[in-house]
Design a protein around this ligand. Sequence first.
Ligand SMILES: [Zn+2]
Length: 125
Amino acid sequence: MICPNCEAEYVEGITTCSDCGTTLIPNDQFVKKPDEVISLEDWVVVHSTQDIIEAEMLKSNLSGAGINAFIFSKEDRMRLNLSYVGSAPIKLFVRVENYDDAMQIINQINNEEIKDDEADGKTDE
Ligand SMILES: [Zn+2]
C-alpha cells in the first residue's frame, strides 16, 4: 500500500497514512506524479494578476536578478486539479528563500509603473 499524497509505502493491512491521514491505495494503482509538478511547499506567491503579460514581465525581471520564478496559470490549476491554490487567475511563485528579494523587485517595478502613469496624466478611475 502507498500514500498517494506523500508517497510513503506501508505494509498490507494499513489503510491510512500515519503522516498525512490520506487513504492508502495499492502500489499498482499508484501513478507517480509527473516531473513538472513542483512541490508547492517550497514556493510562495509573490504576485497575483489577471494579466499573463504582466506575469511574464515580472518573471523575466526576477530571473534577470537571478531569482527562479514560475507562473501558475488557471490552465495549470485545472490540469493539476489544485483547487486550494485559490481563484485568482495567474500567480507568480518564487522559492521561499527568494521571497524578500522578489518582493523588493516587484515593488520597485510597480512603483515605476505608477510614476509612468502619472507622467502620462493617466488615472485608473
Ligand atoms: Zn501520506
